[in-house]
Ligand binder design. Sequence first.
Ligand SMILES: [Zn+2]
Length: 345
Amino acid sequence: MNSHPPRIASWATVALASALLVAAAALPDRAHAQSAADPTRIITTEVVDAHIRFLSSDEMRGRDAFTPDIRRAEDYIAQAFRRAGLRELPQFPGFRNTFTHEYRNRRDTTAAPVTYELTNVVGWVEGADPVLKHEYILFGAHHDHVGVRGDTGDVIFNGADDNATGTTAILALAQYFAQARTSKRSLVFATFTAEEKGLIGSRHLAENLPVPADKLVAMINFEMIGKPAADGSYTLMILGPERSTLDEIFRAALDPDSPVTLVDPLEHQVRYYNGSDNRSFDAAGHITTTLASPLSTDDPFYHRPNDHYEHLNVDYMTRVIRAVVDMTETLASGEAKPVKTGAGG
Ligand SMILES: [Zn+2]
């Protein structure tokens, strides 16, 4: 299948090492432990840029969950979790939640089902409070995309915005919270496989949670956070604001000096609440949202081969990821606990 496996393998090894080195350079030394909780020290544009470049490179071959290509991305995520200092859950050694899935092609009902081995990547940071550590916040994003299609021109669908950006947010937040140790509640970090095949990875995790289901306070999903709004403003869309008090908690906690502001979906964007992995957790009864760029639902590069790194705004991404630390501060500290409202009740 691959005409140059040795070159690509060595490229990937070098790129992996250098991307992880950039991330490691952000580790604060002990003398500066006092400022270790400052997100600007850990969530830097260099860290964000290194992750996004690696995950959206041609060598990832579009991260199709039904091909071996996706293993490279999963290896990278697991290594980044380890370097960040995340802990493995006993159920998921090596940060891997591997399972088999029997896939039936809905478009071709005569086709025989195919069994795939699929992997979500999952790790956690234990909460600092002896009581609150038994409650959990789950941060998630899908790491797969749609792979390689066609045989002329640009055949690799890089999925830079969709969803190497969300995956990058998980890696940067994992690194931040593992180092800062500021969260009283425990935090689970997950990247999902096979979202593009029908939310398969997230559904598996939601139905096989590694923590008690009634102790999951909220699931926060990231999908396409690579570009500012069409007018250039640094806005971030919170999907499903009518379903729980998560949006109020986020708005109250977000630093008014942050360049990022939260916006509700416009009428045509409301349905995207059901369009990503948060839906799997909603179906299991949990309080969830997806955070996305307001542009994401109308992006001309969506599911096209030119969803490339070059079209992303790394400064916007970095500011958004830092803002998430802010927005979730009272959730992490245990001061706030979201409840379902309206349509979510
Ligand atoms: Zn997506």
